[in-house]
Ligand binder design. Sequence first.
Ligand code: NAP
Length: 459
Amino acid sequence: MDAIAVLNPYTGEEIGRVPRGTARDVERAVQAAREGARQMRALPQHRRVAILAAAAQRLTAEAEPLAHLLTAETGKTIREARAEVARAATILQLASEEARHLHGETIPFDALPATEGRKGFYVREPVGIVGAITPWNVPLALVAHKVGPALGAGNAVILKPAEQTPLIALQLARILRECGLPEQALHVVTGYGEEAGDALVTHPDVPFLTFTGSREVGMQLPARAGYKRITLELGGNSPVIITPSADLEQAAEGIVRGGFAVAGQLCISVQRVLVQESVVDALIRELLPRVRALRVGDPRDEHTDMGTLIHRHACDRVERDVQEAMAAGAILLTGGQRLGPTLYAPTVLQNVPRQARIAVEEAFAPVVLLMPYTTLEDAIALANATAYGLNAGIFTRDLEEALTAAQEIVAGTVCVNDVPTFRSDLMPYGGRKQSGLGREGVRFAMEEMTELKVVSFRL
Ligand code: NAP
């Protein structure tokens, strides 16, 4: 079988090899997962609860080696990697707690004259086999967001992790098995998206697909998947509005946190900062020293604030996009340089033309754009002038402005006095427009991964 080399994006070294899975491997996984689905369905709920809780504890116990593996695979800093391991443990713990409460309800049939004389209830049944496809940028926590709820709801799972980050996904699968998960309940098929991924998407015996990744790939999937249920968590181009009443210190801190975490490679990175004209200069005064203070470099170093982009091409792309925006009139306030094969300086651009590629597309790089506006109405129109609709934010002390933005911005989440990079793993999370279909967040994912069945007794 062919192998895929896994590379460390910072050092360029090979850190492992995994099989290049094919449609035949997906077929074998589906055969085995049928038995896995049967076993999971038969497993009492308290056993699923216990397995997930034990796996959460094991993640915590093994946090340090797992964090180092994450840093090696992704180039995110060791501090970011530790936070991701802790987050994955929280997600599995939440899945364990939700699994205990997953149930249906009684149905008041006699509330309608036509169905009087009946008693009944509905239950939540597992869908059977869940196909899960995940990206490289948050490769442990986002796998946990799919596998945890799927197993908690009593399903088997076939996971296709991103080609760049299969090793951390395999570690999670090992931990779950060591914590008592039936062997056939979770299969990891490593490989390329167009090969192993597509085989999973198109397989007729995988009734539910959950995908996190780019808009370009995600939007093709419903047509490829055919008749199956599908959840899509796609990209973003998150706006944050800075009004004249905003606490600019708090806003600047948030922009730095949300714009440069994981080198800007988060679906909810701060990308477009929409600043009211009268506070542009004051915001710049708060923002630039904080951006310039970021330490960029070796992600293994405890003092590094920002690590690498995932590969050279990502660095080539941001270099091109920044130069293109500057040629079209954008002003470079800081950054704008390549610092190594995969390192790009934290960058702030001002007055980026609204049609520039970096303003329209998802930047997925350490670049924050400052765009002036006049009225709140303009700002909201600008916030909505994108194909995406994942998260958005507004900094204001004015309640009416906050409520107007919350009501008018088309997004899955609107954060008031916070950057759009905010997410809690227990909230419903997902996008509007081309940012996705359906919702994750443990309870909501678990509900999506079940089928309702009504049982009615005619008396
Ligand atoms: P991607 O290129 O779309 O890949 C995501 C996953 O899909 C990978 O496992 C990939 O496999 C697989 N894939 C690629 N082509 C496929 C196909 N034709 N059929 C089936 N699967 C296929 O995205 P990425 O570059 O890994 O991740 C970055 C993107 O994810 C960004 O757009 C980001 O915004 C988005 N994201 C969204 C969220 C969210 O919650 N909304 C969270 C994180 C990231 P290979 O890698 O092996 O090709």
